[in-house]
Design a binder for this molecule. Structure first.
Ligand code: IRN
Ligand code: FE2
Length: 545
């Protein structure tokens, strides 16, 4: 079984079974990719596609060659402004036009959302390989997948492969959290091969440069690391600038203290020097650096709760207030901002997080890690957090940072990455439906219709994970005729509710009745038959048909 689930095919590149990549042109001729799911009844459905060129026929991953630099030249004449700067000036950039087509809204709507700060377009000028996308509560809910090596495991090739794999299943952005060897090279290969925006946490690399001693960090080392990463093309950066010296004691009584890696590094620095964090004191300089490349801030939640007991406490919300202050400063510099959020939060405390974030941070897109809604299920934290993710997304979170089954236990492998992405695509899509996104339900309706009409292949191909859906079905009914059979092995041929409904409709048609009348007539017939045959609930064996 381990071989079948969750990677039934295990293929990293090439078309997803039952689909092919298509392009649709914008007014000015930009080519926007979609994934076309071909159905057996001659219809098709085009869905949002994050996979880049890797789902083309015969595509392969060539770690050293990199992807075409599609966006190179898009910026001609616009180098000295950011998406936010242009949006405020009333200009629609090519990225905005592309995104409008991708999301099915008008370019003017995209511009307006960016201008207000309610949405961000993470698109570093030095990452021309990326396909423009937007993060904001009035757009499709996005999913981020974290990858990256640690001191103990994995190679550059493996990390590039994980990035491709994550985008294949729908990751909208990928964060490279590498902390181990060859950190610069790993990031370089990921960037050159990534069709989605890449995020990082620069303090991790800065810490490597001082051999892991937080007290030895300086603004200069950090600044140079940020510039190095901006030059490489990182699209958004987690900056834990809200961890202030005076907030650190607020975590003393917590059950799990400070669980953010970046947050704990900054808290250690503040305590060691008894000074305000250099991220906070040099924040305006940092804004100017990010502005030069149009890198988006992802203001880190260094004091997020790491347990149910610590949710929504003073430390968490004190930091959020500071993140609000920093949001407004960044916007004055025309730098785009999103806000990172928790963490571990029980269901009844989730809505409060979104309400406060919007109020304090001027509706900057919220980007949350889950949250996990209970602490009791290590090995299933993709589920404990998928619940929280769906709820917080419905309340207005714009992007969800996935959690894999390995959370709290180890570095995720390929299977964990896929399980995490699919779990979060479910949460994101469930929220899109609940928020009434105009096109979200198309796919549900297409799948439900295929299911009702026993078009098994279409049901698989319309699903988030066709490989596993097919593998599960074929485990019990592998034969080809079963792909059009009017039942599956769950209920068998006689107890399939869908088959019975279809029989009711057929009966109605033949007898010129409505479905309700047909059910009543059918019931009366059955009741008459029941009484006539003796009214026994359990018939002798021989009497069964
Ligand atoms: C997202 C929301 N809150 C935290 N995250 C992500 O957690 C963040 O973007 C990064 O990918 C990861 C680890 O962050 P810390 O532990 O350094 O805060
Ligand atoms: Fe945790």
């Amino acid at each position: 079984m381990a071989d079948v689930y969750p990677n039934a095919s295990g293929i990293t590149t090439g078309p997803i079974e039952g689909s092919r990549k298509v392009f649709s042109s914008t007014e000015t001729g930009l080519r926007v990719p979609f994934r076309r799911i071909e159905l057996t009844n001659g219809e098709h459905l085009d869905v949002y596609d994050t996979s880049g060129p890797y789902t083309d026929d015969n595509a392969t991953v060539d770690v050293h060659s990199g992807l075409p630099r599609t966006r190179a030249g898009w910026q001609d004449g616009r180098e000295h402004n950011t998406q936010l700067g242009w949006a405020k000036a009333g200009a629609i950039t090519r990225e905005m036009e592309y995104i409008a087509h991708r999301e099915g809204v008008s370019p003017e709507f995209v511009r307006d959302e960016v201008a207000s700060g309610r949405a961000v377009i993470p698109a570093n000028r030095c990452h021309p390989e990326s396909e423009p996308m937007i993060i904001g509560k009035n757009f499709l809910v996005k999913v981020n997948a974290n990858i990256g090596n640690s001191a103990v495991t994995s190679s550059v090739e493996e990390e590039v492969e994980k990035m491709v794999w994550a985008t294949r299943w729908g990751a909208d952005t990928v964060m490279d959290l590498s902390t181990g060897k060859r950190i610069h090279e790993t990031r370089e290969r990921i960037l050159r091969n990534s069709p989605v925006p890449i995020g990082t946490v620069p303090i991790y690399q800065a810490l490597e440069k001082v051999d892991g001693d937080p007290a030895s960090l300086t603004w200069e080392i950090y600044r140079d690391t940020v510039i190095e990463q901006c030059e490489q093309g990182v699209d958004y950066m987690t900056v834990h600038a809200g961890v202030l010296l005076r907030y650190v004691p607020l975590t003393a009584q917590r059950v799990t203290g400070i669980v953010s890696r970046g947050g704990s590094i900054m808290a250690a620095w503040c305590l060691a020097h008894h000074k305000e964090s250099f991220l906070y004191t040099h924040y305006s300089e940092l804004c100017e650096i990010l502005r030069a490349y149009d890198v988006t801030f992802s203001l880190g939640d260094g004091l997020r709760p790491g347990s149910i007991a610590d949710a929504n406490d003073r430390a968490q919300f004190a930091e959020l207030e500071t993140l609000g202050e920093l949001t407004h400063i960044a916007r004055e510099h025309d730098v785009q901002v999103m806000i990172e959020g928790p963490g571990h939060v029980p269901m009844h405390k989730i809505a409060e997080n979104v309400r406060l974030e919007e109020e304090l941070c001027g509706e900057a897109p919220f980007y949350t890690l889950g949250p996990l809604t209970t602490d009791i299920a290590p090995a299933y934290d993709h589920i404990t957090s998928g619940i929280g993710a769906a709820m917080i997304a419905q309340a207005g979170t714009a992007m969800l940072c996935y959690v894999t089954p390995k959370e709290h236990l180890g570095l995720p492998n390929r299977d964990d990455v896929k399980t995490g992405v699919i779990t979060y695509k479910i949460a994101a899509h469930a929220a899109d439906l609940a928020k009434g996104h105009p096109r979200a339900q198309e796919r549900d309706d297409a799948l439900s219709t295929a299911r009702f009409e026993f078009r098994w292949t279409d049901q698989f191909n319309l699903s988030l994970d066709p490989d596993t859906a097919r593998a599960f079905h074929d485990e019990t009914l592998p034969a080809e005729p079963a792909k059009t059979a009017h039942f599956c092995s769950m209920c068998g041929p006689k107890f399939c509710s869908m088959k019975i409904t279809q029989d009711v409709r057929k009966y109605a048609e033949e007898h010129g009745l409505t479905s309700v009348e047909a059910i009543e007539a059918g019931m009366a017939e059955k009741s008459e038959e029941f009484t006539r045959t003796g009214g026994e609930v359990y018939l002798p064996l021989a009497a069964k048909d």
